[in-house]
Ligand binder design. Structure first.
Ligand SMILES: [Mn+2]
Length: 280
């Protein structure tokens, strides 16, 4: 029998991750699957990376936020000056780069898109958004059922696990295979915001002899105020949007909000300096 923790969308929130890892340890979890977006937006990317590396996860896939690192390393940000979200991505990645060593930044940028692992004869497919792309809206909870069938269409895996949407989800494909999303550890959001505010979301699968014996969706409370204090102390860019999201469970990184922050803090200038310096 193996107990497997699903870890997704930590986003540099080490206070939340620490609470989850303590809970997982207490529940005697054997192994970890890491579903991407471990860094970026929160204040402690390096602590999140190190804490998870210590666990030697069975699989670890790239998220869209790690893929931004890849784009920066490959100098792909050309037309960012009129793109509010691109400015956000460059500035927050520049922040991360101050805390991550070059080889760590590079390692995160080069994680695989999709991995398959067999645990107790049960095959799982692991990816961030879909097996072929770590971004986009194809797998939001309200998406077409055909999109979910597609996730396992060319595989004999019995279970697909993914992150990206920050929404807890359990559903089946039309041939009865399971699709699981544990929700987000570091940036839990919901249309029903009060349900997730101040909580870190993760899941534990219990697998034995080709069977899924148990599936737990867990919601762990953590010290949001001390996380926000750390963000202030470390001068996290877009700190206002980060703090409000953690306190309320409302998604704050909308184009409009980001635009306002970009103007207030002149983040365009910071992004320009980072791109020109090219010190990734
Ligand atoms: Mn994410």
């Amino acid at each position: 029998m193996k107990k497997i923790a699903l870890i997704a969308d930590v986003h540099g929130n080490y206070t939340a991750l620490k609470a989850v890892l303590a809970d997982a340890k207490q529940r005697e979890v054997d192994d970890y699957l890491v579903l991407g977006d471990i860094v970026n937006r929160g204040p402690a990317p390096e602590k999140c990376l190190h804490a998870l590396q210590e666990k030697h996860p069975l699989a670890w896939v790239i998220g869209n936020h790690e893929q931004v690192y890849q784009s920066l390393l490959q100098q792909k940000f050309q037309d960012y000056t009129a793109n509010e979200k691109a400015i956000l991505a460059i500035v927050t990645s520049g922040y991360d780069r101050c805390y991550l060593k070059h080889h760590e930044f590079n390692w995160l940028a080069n994680l695989p898109l999709c991995q398959e692992v067999t645990i107790e004869k049960l095959k799982l497919r692991i990816f961030h958004a879909t097996p072929t792309s770590c971004r986009g809206h194809l797998t939001v909870p309200t998406a077409d059922p055909a999109n979910f069938d597609e996730l396992l269409a060319n595989s004999n895996a019995q279970i697909a696990v993914y992150g990206h949407t920050h929404q807890t989800l359990l559903r089946q494909t039309s041939d009865g295979r399971l699709i699981i999303n544990p929700g987000s550890i570091g940036l839990a959001v919901s249309g029903q915001a009060r349900l997730v505010a101040g909580q870190a979301k993760y899941a534990i699968l219990t697998i034995s002899e080709q069977k899924l014996l148990d599936l737990q969706f867990l919601s762990i409370a953590y010290d949001v105020n001390s996380e926000i204090e750390l963000a202030e102390k470390r001068k996290l860019p877009f700190e206002r949007l980060y703090a409000f999201l953690l306190q309320t469970g409302v998604f704050t990184y909308t184009k409009n909000n980001v635009h306002k922050e970009n103007l207030t803090h002149n983040y365009l200038e910071q992004a320009r300096e980072l791109i020109e310096k090219n010190g990734w």
